[in-house]
Design a protein around this ligand. Structure first.
Ligand SMILES: Nc1nc2c(ncn2[C@@H]2O[C@H](COP(=O)(O)OP(=O)(O)OP(=O)(O)O)[C@@H](O)[C@H]2O)c(=O)[nH]1
Ligand SMILES: [Mg+2]
Ligand SMILES: [Zn+2]
Length: 308
């Protein structure tokens, strides 16, 4: 579609689109017909991320399109930025899939922090335990700790294509992101769910010295079974963006459920008397490791966001 501007030049009118990948000042925008176009940004102020709904201008020749605006986001997955505020990683997610595996060694505290981020941003969360071919007995990680508090746990093997139907059902109708340590198999899961994605992920990732393909940017894929799935670069560590310490409990659903029973309504469940959370840790109803994870996140938020 083109319109004539007052000075007689012809340019495309703006139209809605979806950011399916973002690389600094360059983004890939999908139009309403499902075609993907490289675009640049119209100003320094704009910082679109994977999953953003945007307004963009189609080029008249084979140059780049121009993103002019970002629609308000329903949710943001973010982390603390170097400056101490929030860096948004992906937008408009309805579900976070926390991927772990027997190798690299699983870190239950990292899983907790992603689950807390999902709770705090208002998205569903579940766990995908990949490479079950290497750990058929599930000895490397106690998954019952997470399933007992209501998180779906999906055991999959991207290599053996097992558990993928259940994962596909979990993803249908949602915009989901795969997150977790580098090397747990996030891209392999996408490739297994979407056979023709292999070429696309290969061109968007760089080979490391060991011949591994490490994902360097988040990319959104449409699933044939329904839903949208974002592959994201692996991390060494993750924490949710700064929140007031009194909000940290909302990231731990079994702790949030008990908060109304504490003696003090503003109980932080740290050293206050009459704390229902600490009583439940003593009785074993709340796992001590989850409570320790909560305490670590409270201390981190005290450092990241002192006084709020
Ligand atoms: N045995 C086994 N190996 C797997 C499985 N899934 C992935 N791998 C291997 O694990 C390694 C890492 O897989 P990737 O899919 O690149 O992992 P990733 O999570 O995308 O890594 P980053 O992009 O760095 O975050 C590769 O060598 C895969 O072949 C699996 O189900 N079983
Ligand atoms: Mg990857
Ligand atoms: Zn308490």
């Amino acid at each position: 579609m083109t319109v004539s501007s007052r000075d007689g030049e012809s340019h495309a009118s703006t139209e809605p689109g979806r950011v399916v990948a973002a690389f600094g000042r360059h983004v890939l925008v999908e139009d309403e017909d499902g075609r993907r176009h490289p675009c640049i940004l119209s100003g320094r102020r704009l910082r679109p991320v994977c999953g953003d709904h945007v307004i963009w201008r189609r080029p008249q020749d084979d140059s780049d399109g121009l993103v002019t605006d970002i629609d308000p986001r329903t949710t943001e997955l973010a982390r603390p930025s170097r400056k101490g505020d929030r860096e948004v990683l992906a937008a408009n997610l309805t579900q976070v899939i926390v991927v772990s595996a027997p190798t690299p060694p699983p870190d239950a505290f990292l899983i907790d922090r992603y689950l807390a981020a999902a709770e705090l941003m208002g998205a569903r969360a579940c766990l995908a335990y990949n490479k079950t071919d290497l750990d058929p007995d599930g000895a490397a990680l106690d998954l019952s700790e997470f399933s007992s508090i209501g998180y779906p746990v999906l055991r999959v093997s991207a290599r053996e294509s097992s558990g993928l139907e259940a994962l596909g059902r979990q993803l249908a109708g949602h915009t989901s992101i795969l997150v977790g340590h580098s090397g747990v198999g996030k891209s392999s899961i996408i490739n297994a769910l979407l056979p023709d994605a292999e070429i696309r992920t290969a061109t968007l990732s760089e080979a490391t010295g060991e011949g591994r393909h490490t994902t360097t940017a988040s990319v959104l894929h449409l699933l044939p079974t329904g839903g949208e799935l974002i592959d994201s670069p692996g991390v060494r560590d993750y924490a949710p963006p700064p929140v007031p310490v009194r909000d940290v409990a909302m990231g731990f659903r079994e702790i949030a459920d008990l908060a109304g029973q504490c003696r003090f309504s503003n109980c932080l469940h740290m050293k206050e008397p009459g704390c229902a959370v600490k009583d439940s840790v003593t009785s074993g109803a709340v796992p001590a490791r989850r409570y320790e994870s909560y305490r670590r996140l409270v201390r981190l938020m005290e450092n990241l966001a002192p006084g709020i």
